[in-house]
Ligand binder design. Sequence first.
Ligand SMILES: *Cc1c(COP(=O)(O)O)cnc(C)c1O
Length: 436
Amino acid sequence: MTAPVADMAQAVRTVREAVRRHSVRFERAIPLIASENLLSPYAKELLISDFHSRYAEGVPGERYYEGNEQVDEVENLCLDLARRLFGASFADVRPISGTVANLAILKALADPGDPVGTCRLADGAHISSAAFGAFGLRAVKPVYYGWDLDRMTIDVEKTRTILKEARPRLCLFGLSLFLFPLPIRELAATLDEIGAVGWYDGAHVLGLIAGGEFQDPLREGCRVISGSTHKTLPGPQHGILLGDRLAPEQEKRLRSGAFPGVTSNHHLHTMAALAVSLAEHLAFGAAYARATIANAQALAQALHERGFDVLAPNLGFTRSHTTAVRVTREGGGEAVARRLAAVDIITNKNLLPGNTSSKHPDGIRLGTPEVTRVGMGKAEMVRIAELMDGLLHRDRAPATIAEEVHELKRPFTTLRYCFAEGEAAYRYYDLVGRDP
Ligand SMILES: *Cc1c(COP(=O)(O)O)cnc(C)c1O
């Protein structure tokens, strides 16, 4: 099958032009997706390095292909930095995403048919723990914890009873709407009593944990952590496994869960970018984590003061990078997220506790990782709340709001909390130059 060269050159131009328009839009926008972040210049340049073109199956020093000397050097350093950043005795940086890391753990530490503890999707759990997600793929049976609506976290007493009854081998703690730390310390004795391994999915909060600003799951009773490396940890799209107090047999099973369980090659260019991001987080992560959480709290407070139904006002709204708003009065999560996107405030509709329809949920989720990374602070959070209030409560013209969004963003398009601070955050890399 061949096609005319001119048509295919047009296809290439179309892709380049769409990516350029996307980059320009995000440079002008206020992205508030809680799971997104920006990559530092030193990490980003590795994505187009020759590492991208290579294979390195196995572990450093025991590869199946030749030519991996420098890959091994980088991967060993990446593993050292990961263990150091999280105070972990075990790390594996081969899972290529958070979901893939979760599958590696399910393969290593559970068998089909096993009960595995988790939260419900409506209480904030990730699709990994759904029947149509990773849990279903491994055919494990979810055992749902109790949820305390007033405290927006796991209900310890109810969950102790549930765990003693169902006796899962593996207990997952982790959320995608992650406002408050989970009571792992309180449940640790129960996990020991039933012989369950505590597993923390830190996809959303790894950067906060590493910065010392959230709970420390390996010290509180979990033995293994999975996560994405591109949310509050501002690294490349990749995954990670971390562990402590694991038996040698468990470490071996986790390694083989990662490879050959759920990967063959493991995306060496993103692994190298991860090594840089881990080093940068060791240097700058504590300040970044503090600022990210302070911004989430300031945004929540400012929205609350403007009549938005921000969740958990009695608890200070949030202790993470995320805040959640019930927007039933403003038209529901779907309509509100669309209206905000039309003025370049980028959010997502989100299930809130008690919701059943993920297509028409009551909430929107707002995250501050990206706006913090470009240097925004409390004054800008208040301004974002004003713009949302103007659009959703005061009927101000969307075109005017959009202009004010772009105005607010204009001084904030370079990176902070990394080496080469001040470099462009959203630059469109014009690699080849001319269009074909
Ligand atoms: C985002 C997320 C994941 C999945 O991460 P990907 O890297 O997108 O595969 C897993 N678990 C939780 C709790 C998440 O929020």
